[in-house]
Write a protein that binds this ligand. Structure first.
Ligand code: BGC
Length: 764
């Protein structure tokens, strides 16, 4: 599907008003008035923009998508939407209108200047109308459209929106409006180089509204500042209702935490201004919500209005519209809050692409973060469509040599641009594989297969020497290491050698590619990847195993990767390394030290190697550094770093300190899979065969989870009893299940669809 959807006469249209790399321009309004000589049977509006758009017909908003048409690499492709709009049209004069925002196309993105893809937003639209008598007519964007600027003076993701209500254009998208002062649009032909395609994946929508009564008033001379606490960190914006005199400038600022004086702490936003302004027209209660911006925040400050003025505020939660699918609960309330925080981390960051964080001047689709979290994400929500779309972004970002950057969509954010480094660029194999496992979705593997092969060849050709990836002779940079681990003597990339991480992930890639090739029926390829994996594992052992069987550097992540990716020989060598890992965890008083790379597998490895008790001690640890330390300190989302805030130091380094980064929330998958016990069988993906494998431990007396699988809802609830375990299970129709009880609770049991209530006795 591409530009041929549009009639030959269709043109991109845009305003003569333009900003610069560092200055913003007002949002253009565009309109076309047209006449229909009879009533309408049906009509379809097909529309897209370079930038963001919202359309109106005869004064009515079209659709409910936010930030349409979505984020893609606009140098290659842009997505379109189509809407049934027959009911909005009528016989006589009609108006089709649009407002454009800068968005990812020409606004500020990350730490770079504006105008990353183009200098101003552009609209492309076509309205296909079938009239009552069956005749049809087509209207497209062309030079006959008119444009003006109005109340939206600035509109930018990172900076915020400035709205001067005194400059509103009135009923601009309605018939009978005078176009005085409006000018002709500029036009541009469609380029064959830009693919215009149907939207893939769910759009962003307004998902929820948060109300709050928690308010602090700070009086500054004749003004009051109001600080509202939504009691939840989230991505979105506020809708305000205000009554104040004409020309009153209402300033809205946002923050995730307060400083020690109770004021907004905004230093961690870095260069993002994150401030909205609303200038009142002074006509009673005015209600306003920005259109083309979002912030990451828990606190909103309203400044500029007098004590006696009226103001009300509502938080508007925005994210990609994914169906919630999973629920987890257990007898430890702190773990329930952790689950809540993981879900809100996901909500806040699954906004068009999986972003690292929603608040500072970053908000990019970081691959490392996404690959560690994808399994957890697929428990909490239906992320299949979301990842189909983003995996295509990965293909668009792949270099001709086959390298995959660390961010997608990519626009010069990756050092060197073509290689995202170990555990980041490998998302290009790990994410589609995980989506296949969770949804039984072979299409994502088939669509992406050539790209994955190309990527693996790139690693082999350009990044490895003697099967060692990130070998210093082949890769001077080596990647981000075990990002934000605490064992790196203060360095952000931790203490685990980069070539060790690189080689471990290279071996993992080969293993996954063997499985993917097998699933797709490419037998010869599968054999090739199997051989590659053997050679890489051998090289890993030669280089990174010490003569007495430990892994160089001695970090937990080094041991975790070696064990989890099966790079250590079975039997004694494995046992020895696992013992050493458990000993190190204990030595740290059951506190965490691992970073983005090692943490996601840590508990699973401990469990598999027979240290379930140690895994639970880590999970339930409440003192720093641990998952529950932020929870104990009032967190409502997952923090970027273990030491994001400590009582001794307060907030960490402002240059890198988000309170809404989902990566460490990757522990959520272990909570579903092992604490509650819902697991898939990778030989029958998509939960066709469900494995119930609860692993009670720690302080827990009960746990439960449910998951809406492609076949229906499955659920488990277990409870400790005097003599063993009482388990309630739900097996959806059309699936099969096996209960794999914890050690000492009897033998495996096969289960048919339906509900089961089982009493398991513990053997002494
Ligand atoms: C991001 C991370 C990301 C990293 C790369 C950071 O700035 O916020 O989450 O993965 O850079 O190491």
């Amino acid at each position: 599907m591409n530009s041929s959807l549009f009639a030959a006469a269709a043109r991109w249209i845009f305003s003569p008003v333009v900003g610069s790399p560092r200055s913003m321009a007002p949002s253009p309004y565009l309109r076309k008035s047209f006449h229909l000589n009879q009533s309408v049977k049906s009509a379809r509006l097909t529309v897209t923009a370079l930038g963001l758009y919202e359309c109106e017909i005869n004064g009515q908003r079209v659709g409910d998508q936010v930030f349409a048409p979505g984020w893609t690499d606009y140098s290659k492709r842009v997505m379109l939407q189509s809407y049934e709009v027959g009911s909005l049209l009528r016989s006589g004069e009609n108006v089709l209108g649009a407002i454009l925002g800068d968005g990812w196309y020409c606004g500020y993105v990350a730490w770079k200047d504006r105008q990353n893809y183009g200098d101003r937003p552009k609209l492309l639209a076509q309205l296909d109308v079938t009239l009552e008598d069956g005749s049809t007519l087509t209207l497209t964007t062309d030079e006959s459209w008119k444009t003006a600027v109005g109340a939206i003076r600035e509109s930018d993701f990172l900076s915020g929106e400035v709205y001067d209500a005194r400059m509103e254009l009135g009923a601009w998208s309605q018939p009978g409006y005078s176009e005085e002062g409006w000018q002709s649009v500029l036009t541009e032909p469609l380029s064959p180089a830009l693919s215009i395609e149907e939207r893939l994946g769910p759009p962003v929508r307004r998902i929820d509204e948060l109300k709050t009564t928690k308010l602090t008033l700070i009086t500054d001379w004749n003004q009051v500042r109001r600080i509202y606490d939504f009691e939840q960190n989230f991505a979105g914006r506020v809708k305000i209702s205000v009554r104040a005199s004409r020309g009153t400038v209402v300033r809205l600022r946002f923050a995730e935490i307060l400083d020690e004086k109770g004021e907004l702490y905004t230093e961690n936003l870095r260069s993002a201004r994150c401030t909205d302004y609303y200038i009142c027209k002074g006509e009673g209660v005015e209600v306003w919500e920005p259109r083309f911006t979002f912030h990451g925040f828990r606190y909103a400050e309203v400044q500029g209005i007098k004590k006696e003025d009226f103001v009300e505020i509502v938080g508007v939660v925005l994210h990609s519209d994914m169906k919630p699918t999973g629920r987890f609960r257990c007898s430890n309330e702190l773990l329930n809050q952790l689950q809540h925080n993981i879900v809100w981390g996901q909500k806040s960051n699954f906004l068009e692409v999986p972003t690292d964080c929603p608040q500072r001047d970053e908000r990019l689709g970081w691959l490392g973060d996404a690959q560690v979290f994808v399994r957890t994400a697929a428990f909490n929500m239906d992320v299949r469509g979301f990842f189909h779309k983003w995996v295509r972004d990965l293909r668009d970002a792949q270099s001709k040599e086959g390298g995959v950057p660390s961010v997608a969509p990519e626009r010069g954010y990756t050092p060197g641009e073509i290689d995202g480094g170990p555990a980041w660029s490998d998302a290009t194999i790990i994410c589609p594989w995980t989506i296949y496992l969770c949804y039984g979705d072979k299409k994502i593997l088939a669509d992406h297969y050539e790209s994955m092969r190309h990527y693996f060849d790139f690693l082999t050709k350009f990044r490895c020497a003697g099967h060692i990836r990130s070998h210093w002779t082949a890769d001077k940079w080596g990647g981000y290491g075990d990002w934000l681990a605490l064992d790196g003597s203060g360095k952000t990339d931790g203490g685990t050698p980069k070539d060790l991480i690189g080689t471990a992930f290279y071996a993992h890639d080969a293993k996954l590619l063997e499985k993917i090739a097998t699933a797709l029926g490419h037998e010869t390829d599968a054999l090739y990847y199997r051989k590659q994996r053997e050679d890489i594992a051998l090289a890993f052992r030669r280089r990174f195993l010490t003569p007495d069987g430990l892994v160089v550097s001695g970090t937990q992540t080094a041991a975790v990767l070696a064990l989890h990716f099966g790079l250590i020989e079975e039997g004694e060598p494995r046992k020895l390394l696992a013992q050493e890992l458990a000993r190190d965890v204990e030595k740290r008083g059951f506190h965490l030290a691992t970073g983005f790379v090692g943490t996601p597998y840590l508990l699973e490895v401990l469990e598999t190697e027979g240290y379930l008790d140690v895994a639970y001690k880590l999970l339930e640890q409440e003192t720093f550094p641990s998952w529950l330390f932020p929870v104990k300190n009032g967190a409502t989302t997952i923090w970027e770093r273990w030491d994001g805030w400590t009582p001794e130091k307060g907030p960490q380094d402002k240059g890198m300190n988000s309170y809404n980064h989902y990566a460490y929330g990757a522990v959520g998958a272990w909570m579903y899979r092992s604490v509650a016990g819902i697991e898939l069988d990778s030989s029958q993906p998509g939960y066709e065969h469900i494995l119930f494998r609860p692993r009670p431990g720690g302080s827990l007396t009960w746990a439960e989870a449910s998951l809406d699988t492609p076949h229906g809802t499955t659920a488990i609830h277990w409870e400790k009893t005097e003599t063993g375990l009482q388990i309630e299970l739900t097996v959806p129709q059309g699936t099969r299940a096996t209960l794999q009880p914890p050690a000492g609770y009897g033998a495996e049991q096969k289960l048919e669809p339906g509900r089961h209530s089982l009493t398991l006795k513990a053997s002494l």
